[in-house]
Design a protein. Structure first.
Length: 391
């Protein structure tokens, strides 16, 4: 979200007591990073029509999405192709520079997880409804706008393997382009009706509240873990919830099904983000997509770290881990390696795994009102994946 700073360096004037990780950094779960290829460049996406493995392959393999029905896969991929076309058209401006800057992250790719959930949610109504694709575009534009703003706040140099907008141009340009994308999302929402505008605005308000809470940190007397989980729900879960809701809503699904989809979306979004926390500690870089312990080195207290700091275990390893973590960013290589090793064997990591599994099972339970079928099984496969990827 925009912070109104316009230039870098100002944020150093204030350091919150507990710094929650910016969601835009994460790429391990595919919620933010990755590449969606044009239809003609996909490998194994639809061509053979063969059954996918449970782990997932092709375009959605990194998400563990399982399509048991080739017709469902074809419907979803066709919808995402249409979203790609509309995304590029929707950010075009009479000013060539604005068009170039606004298309910067669109053309950098991404998993399009939010349009994917719109497409899957639409399977419980009429997925061919003309409003479904524009609804997915609204969700992705809103997400992209937050990335432009997050990169300014993080002073990030790279996004999706390409120079971030703020490093390629300036912080001011990045903030203004993010604002432009929010405006384009609102414009398209208006074409979808009053309820779409209301939902998009309320979702944006939750995103902003999450960003503010992240920046300020836990208040006096507030539990850091509860604060952290609330930040994730607002910054990550809220937009994924609305994406799933839009799929049901604009396909004409039953109201009870639409509510179930929204509840599922928020919960699975939180689960994915929490699993990223674990991957940063427990995985090798080839799995997580970044150097293990990056958050530790930057002093970002993710869920396992917060659990470790809050623990009262008296064994030598736990006491030593708390001592190291209390020092802040672990820029010393030896301390970093020691903390990473202790965390990997700690009760805190086990507890964090249990939390992720709990969210994944909660997401699955929220699907109960939906009718059995390939679309529901595809959504359930995401629950399986997020629960298993960190075990």
């Amino acid at each position: 979200m925009t912070d109104g700073r316009g230039v870098g360096g100002v944020r150093d004037a204030y350091r919150p007591p507990v710094r929650i990780p910016r969601r835009g950094r994460s790429n391990g779960c595919g919620m933010v990073e990755g590449v969606v290829k044009p239809a003609g460049e996909r490998s194994g996406a639809t061509g053979s029509g063969g059954r996918r493995s449970r782990a997932g392959t092709g375009q959605f393999g990194a998400l563990g999405l399982y399509f048991a029905d080739p017709s469902l896969e074809s419907s979803v991929l066709g919808m995402l192709d249409a979203v790609e076309v509309e995304l590029r058209a929707s950010v075009a401006s009479a000013d060539p520079f604005v068009t170039e800057a606004a298309r910067h992250l669109v053309e950098a790719g991404g998993k399009r997880f939010r349009p994917l959930l719109v497409a899957l949610g639409a399977q419980f109504g009429d997925p061919g409804d003309a409003q479904v694709v524009p609804a997915a575009v609204v969700m992705e534009l809103t997400h992209l706008a937050t990335l432009y703003h997050d990169d300014v706040m993080d002073e990030a140099a790279v996004r999706r393997g390409a120079p971030s907008a703020n490093s390629r141009w300036t912080n001011s340009v990045a903030i203004l382009v993010g604002d432009y994308l929010f405006a384009r999302a609102a414009d398209i929402s208006a074409e979808l009706g009053t309820e779409a505008v209301r939902l998009q605005a309320r979702t944006f308000a939750r995103l902003v509240h999450g960003q503010i809470a992240e920046t300020v940190g836990p208040r006096a007397g507030e539990d850091p873990v509860d604060h952290y989980l609330q930040v994730i729900a607002e910054k990550t879960g809220s937009l994924i919830a609305t994406s799933a809701r839009f799929g049901g809503m604009f396909s004409g699904a039953a109201p009870a099904h639409t509510e179930a989809l929204a509840g599922y979306g928020e919960t699975i979004g939180v689960a994915f983000q929490l699993s990223d926390d674990l991957l940063d500690i427990a995985s090798e870089s080839v799995q997580s997509g970044k150097t293990p312990g990056t958050d530790l080195r930057e002093g970002v207290p993710t869920l396992p770290v917060l659990y470790a700091l809050a623990a009262d275990d008296a064994d030598a390893a736990s006491v030593r881990l708390r001592e190291i973590l209390a020092t802040g960013p672990l820029v010393d290589d030896d301390l970093h390696a020691e903390a990473l090793g202790l965390l990997r064997e700690s009760p805190a990591l086990k507890r964090a795994r249990e939390t992720v599994r709990s969210y994944a099972e909660d997401a699955r339970a929220r699907l109960a009102p939906l009718p059995e079928g390939p679309a529901r099984r595809a959504l359930e496969s995401l629950c399986d994946f997020v629960a298993d990827r960190t075990s």
